[in-house]
Design a protein around this ligand. Structure first.
Ligand code: PNS
Length: 168
């Protein structure tokens, strides 16, 4: 059984992330979705407990998928949970350069770890948490872009903007 780690900020989880989780979950015997602690990225919209809860809600019932948090180096987390594989989603060429750099650096720090890329489905290739937050903050509907729990969390934060835009 090969254990893989799918790391990210997941602020919040969107449909592109979920697509990668489902597909990687079918390849690996165990997939740990590793949610980054705020210390590394202090300006997240949702705190780590909320982000974990959103991932859990969307992955409930998916076999072999677990959710954890991590801080510090990803390779140290991989060592700790004995996962020899890091899974990353690739949306477009624009993701490639930074992902290539991270994959090489992670392998330099931990030669036992291999990064595997899952090409995000075309229908989600344009979705990012940053844009989802921006659109929701400005009051437009993101129903088609995020799982139900993420939508509810965004509505709780930006529902007023949505109502105002609806009136306007
Ligand atoms: O969803 P994100 O914000 O694009 O995820 C980035 C993440 C969490 C995968 C990356 O920032 C990371 O691995 N951070 C942990 C710190 C680390 O290991 N840095 C060295 C990477 S070469």
């Amino acid at each position: 059984m090969v254990h893989a780690v799918y790391p990210g900020s997941f602020d919040p989880l969107h449909n592109g992330h979920l697509d990668v989780i489902k597909r990687a979950g079918r390849i690996f015997g165990k997939l740990t979705v590793a949610v980054l602690h705020n210390a590394e990225k202090p300006h997240t919209l949702f705190d780590v407990e909320e982000r974990v809860a959103l991932v859990r809600a969307a992955t409930e019932g998916l076999a072999h998928v677990e959710v954890a948090t991590f801080g510090g180096l990803l390779v140290d987390f991989c060592r700790r949970v004995e996962a020899p594989v890091i899974v990353k989603g690739l949306r477009a060429i624009s993701d490639f350069e930074t992902e290539l750099q991270q994959a090489h650096l992670n392998r330099q720090m931990h030669p036992g770890v291999e990064t595997c890329f899952v090409m995000t489905a075309t229908r989600w290739s344009y979705v990012s948490s940053t844009r989802v937050k921006e659109i929701a903050r400005l009051g437009a509907d993101v129903t088609k872009l995020v799982p139900r729990a993420s939508l509810a969390a965004l509505d709780a934060r930006f529902g007023d903007a949505k109502a105002a835009r609806g009136r306007g």
